[in-house]
Design a protein. Structure first.
Length: 362
């Protein structure tokens, strides 16, 4: 394997350490210690309540499960944000209060030997349900840093999920440098894997496209004012990358950035917002009105009889009526109509009366 292929294989590995790529894991030793302490407290509580070996073992088991559940609960809330943490804690408090209320109402009908177990089960169920509801509603809010007040999440920057096509295209890097993108950019691991597969392709054209994509990602990563995150979320039962992108966008409420026309349509049909770089490029092109005069170099013959075709500096195709004999000439034309599509813009024109052509664009 040559050095260039080695660099293309090693490239994606550098992005695993990107800012915000993964939530910080708790130290393994600290987790084991917390679980051990929770198991001992549970065993002590079970022994004090039942004074039997079953109470000791049952209490230790409950303490261990409670500690593991707490770790999963905290990790989930951290990923969901501050609003979800506040909502989850509020729901947890209300759930515990609801459990005490239920036990006070039905406590006399429960046998004394099972009263503690019934109280524990009711408490866990009420706490879990109330916590889930509170976290779901709290996710709609975020803490505004400027005022410290809790506001609804409409002001929160929307995450943009990058598609393979928009990365290889490369214009995303220039848009980022110009400061037209705010909020975090999300790079799914399955998109990065697809990009690496393209870079390792035996086809030279695909290999060059893949390596260009990796270079563009590196350029975006080096932008200090941009937050780009790699997420490990995957959908193993779904094979197509486009379908995974749509599912991820629906799950996280994000937008998809792409140049893929088919992905654009499929995402819109499923209610996912799409940012298409081609549509942005068309939107910022200079406006051309019927009757406007411009100079065009006729390069080739058009599809219809007698037509000539030229291009503006931004790549816009200009179809010139009755210009077949002027191929290779730079002529003055008058715009007759403009056709705008999602694939681009096409200008139809005719040679201006009395205009002089310059051979070979001279």
């Amino acid at each position: 394997m040559d050095k260039t292929e080695q660099s293309s294989r090693a490239g994606p590995l550098e992005f695993r350490g990107m800012k915000g790529s993964q939530p910080k894991n708790y130290h393994l030793g600290g987790r084991i210690m917390v679980v051990a302490v929770a198991a001992m407290l549970g065993a002590f509580l079970g022994l004090s309540l039942y004074s039997t070996m079953n109470g000791l073992l049952g209490g230790a088991l409950v303490g261990t499960l409670a500690a593991l559940w707490a770790f999963a609960f905290v990790t989930r809330l951290v990923r969901m944000g501050l609003g979800a943490i506040i909502g989850g804690l509020a729901g947890l408090i209300l759930g515990i209060a609801a459990a005490f209320t239920v036990m006070a109402m039905i406590g006399d009908s429960v046998p004394p030997a099972s009263r503690s177990l019934a109280g524990l089960l009711i408490g866990l169920i009420c706490a879990y349900v109330a916590n889930a509801i509170g976290a779901a509603h709290g996710k709609q809010f975020h803490l505004r840093q400027e005022t410290g007040s809790l506001v609804q999440g409409s002001d929160k920057p929307i995450e943009k999920i990058l598609d393979t096509s928009v990365i290889i295209d490369g214009r995303i890097a220039d848009i980022c440098e110009a400061g037209f993108l705010d909020g975090p950019l999300i790079l799914p691991q399955f998109v990065l894997h697809e990009l690496q597969m393209i870079a390792d392709s035996s086809d030279s054209l695909k290999r060059n496209r893949g390596r260009r994509g990796l270079d563009i990602l590196k350029k975006i990563q080096q932008n200090p004012g941009l937050d780009i995150r790699i997420v490990e979320t995957d959908f193993p039962k779904v094979r197509e990358v486009d379908s995974k992108l749509v599912l991820l966008a629906k799950e996280t409420g994000s937008k998809v950035m792409t140049n893929d026309f088919n992905l654009n349509k499929v995402a819109e049909l499923q209610g996912v917002s799409v940012l298409n770089i081609n549509e942005l490029a068309n939107a910022v092109k200079p406006v051309v009105l019927p009757g406007e005069v411009m100079n065009v170099l006729v390069l080739k013959e058009g599809k219809e009889l007698g037509q000539g075709v030229g291009y503006l500096d931004d790549g816009t195709m200009v179809v010139v009526h009755q210009a077949r004999e002027h191929i290779g000439d730079k002529v003055s034309v008058s715009v007759t109509s403009v056709l705008q599509t999602t694939a681009g813009r096409m200008i139809f024109s005719k040679i201006k009366d009395g205009s002089d052509s310059n051979r070979n664009g001279a």
